[in-house]
Design a protein around this ligand. Structure first.
Ligand SMILES: C[C@](O)(C(=O)O)[C@H](CC(=O)O)C(=O)O
Ligand SMILES: [Mg+2]
Length: 318
């Protein structure tokens, strides 16, 4: 009830331990707080909070229009719902190095386990699009140094993302990764790697964990967990995967209603009422104060809490 049951400090330690474990850490992207709960329920290692998803959710393109306040608030709402460590996308850090410092402290306050900060110019864009620009090495280093110096919890993970592979060679990406680690990065996110050998080359260049971004319709093939583990990747994100899946399902359901005049054929694929109630832990709230739910709905599972007043028991699917 009221989640999460572990502290932010414990989550940060869990993230560090996971990265040190030698086992690939899988972080699907939550598109809302409820989906973070689902990710934990399915046994994943952590939750990724994507800048692209936060932007898309607001109906915005992913070009640095979202603000620190919006991202910290949404990320905090998501982190609240899970015992897993959450890694949030802090884009370019929301400004100059001093802004980056403030961003890190706000994200610490929001209960995140870590964040990544990239070396793109503003306005930034999706790392898998063409025509990106990166800032010079000095600026990139200052951002990461400011982030590392600003954190108050030494376990808050500062991950440096470099987009340089989009504009320069693999060697340039290795050099920049080394410099970012020197500046204080705890981990490296090499964006838009072209193949597994490129991931291996970055891994060989630095002695910190590296992340693979398995975003669909991008520049990288969708490698399996086993393939990534074999080349020494420590963490994989599936940043927009759940949003794309949910939106795909939403479109299909809307088409069904248009076609059949009812959603009935789509109901089979829907999350049931009782599963939704499991995820929000109605039962836990009911234990806390049973007078909140002091009526029964015929046909509901005995373990499931009763539906709120005015709901239709016929909707119960499980
Ligand atoms: C990882 C990423 O930064 C994100 O915001 O989720 C995006 C994902 C995407 O647009 O597919 C990225 O720049 O790769
Ligand atoms: Mg992003």
């Amino acid at each position: 009830m009221l989640y999460s049951s572990v502290t932010a400090t414990q989550k940060r330690r869990a993230l560090r331990d996971g990265l040190a474990s030698g086992r690939l850490q899988q972080f699907p992207g939550a598109f809302n707080p409820l989906s973070a709960r689902l990710i934990g329920d399915k046994g994943f290692d952590g939750v990724y909070i994507s800048g692209a998803v936060i932007a898309a959710d607001l109906g915005l393109p992913d070009i640095g229009l979202t603000t620190l306040t919006e991202v910290a608030q949404r990320a905090g709402q998501i982190a609240r719902m899970t015992d897993l460590p959450c890694l949030v996308d802090a884009d370019t850090g929301f400004g100059e190095p001093m802004n980056v410092a403030r961003s890190v402290q706000e994200l610490e306050n929001a209960g995140l386990a870590g964040c990544h900060i990239e070396d793109q110019f503003n306005p930034k864009r999706c790392g898998h699009l063409d025509g990106k620009n990166v800032v010079d090495l000095d600026t990139a280093v200052k951002r990461i140094r400011a982030a590392a110096d600003a954190r108050r919890d030494p376990d808050f993970l500062i991950m440096a993302r470099t987009d340089i592979r989009g504009t320069d060679s693999l060697t340039a990406a290795q050099d920049r990764s080394r410099a970012l680690v020197e500046a204080g990065a705890d981990a490296i996110f090499p964006e838009a790697m072209r193949n597994l050998d490129e991931f291996r080359a970055i891994r060989d260049a630095v002695d910190v964990p590296i992340l693979a971004n398995m975003t669909e319709f991008g520049k990288s093939d969708l490698f399996t967990a086993e393939q990534l583990q074999d080349v020494g990747v420590s963490m994989v994100i599936y940043p927009v995967t759940l949003l794309r899946s949910a939106m795909g399902a939403a479109e299909r359901t809307l088409d069904t209603i248009r076609l059949h005049g009812t959603q009935q054929p789509a109901v089979e694929g829907m999350q049931t009422r009782s599963r939704l109630y499991d995820l929000v832990d109605y039962e836990g709230y009911n234990r806390f104060d049973s007078s909140v739910f002091d009526f029964e709905v015929p046909g509901s599972r005995s373990a499931a809490p009763p539906a709120p007043a005015g709901s239709d028991a016929q909707e119960e699917q499980s």
